[in-house]
Design a protein around this ligand. Structure first.
Ligand SMILES: [Zn+2]
Length: 157
């Protein structure tokens, strides 16, 4: 049963690996669903707190599972949450605007809201297909990265 106790030991807070966000034996990526409005804001807030969502959720899970010594993670201040929500609201609006202006890989619409159905039954929806949102997000992020690299390059000059 030594192997089992080793697995348990991995969950103990003092046994968190040196590189906490990397997969390792007994530790792998899991897919959970979260609403963007909470998750994206939590990403911003935890980064401002010098962390990332992963360690926070890991602490929460250890506490939830009543692991010895596990405590609830530190929560951001209301001020930071308001700042995070404002940041995400602005970013979400930019992503939506971009998504509406590019061709949808799912329904093929060139501009505006996505379409559903085929042929004469084709009708507009109030939605934007997820692949289009992802494409818009990637475009904005790579543009922002390019701008950051440009300003870093001009700072070197
Ligand atoms: Zn679409």
């Amino acid at each position: 049963m030594e192997e089992w106790s080793e697995l348990i030991a991995v969950h103990a807070p003092e046994k968190i690996p040196a590189v906490p966000n990397q997969p390792s034996y007994g530790r792998r990526k899991r897919g959970l669903l979260f609403w963007d409005d909470d998750f994206e804001s939590s990403k911003y807030a935890t980064e401002k707190m010098g962390s990332s969502p992963n360690p926070q959720f890991e602490e929460f899970l250890a506490w939830f599972m009543r692991r010895p010594g596990a405590e609830l993670p530190e929560r951001p201040t209301q001020e930071l949450i308001d700042e995070a929500d404002a940041y995400w609201a602005e970013r979400k609006a930019r992503i939506r605007e971009r998504a509406l202006s590019i061709k949808c890989p799912s329904c093929g619409v060139e501009r505006g809201l996505c379409m559903r159905g085929k042929g004469k039954g084709k009708h507009p929806t109030e939605e934007i297909h997820m692949p289009r949102v992802i494409k818009a997000t990637k475009e904005l992020d790579s543009e922002a990265k390019g701008q950051a690299e440009d300003s870093a390059a001009s700072a070197d000059e």
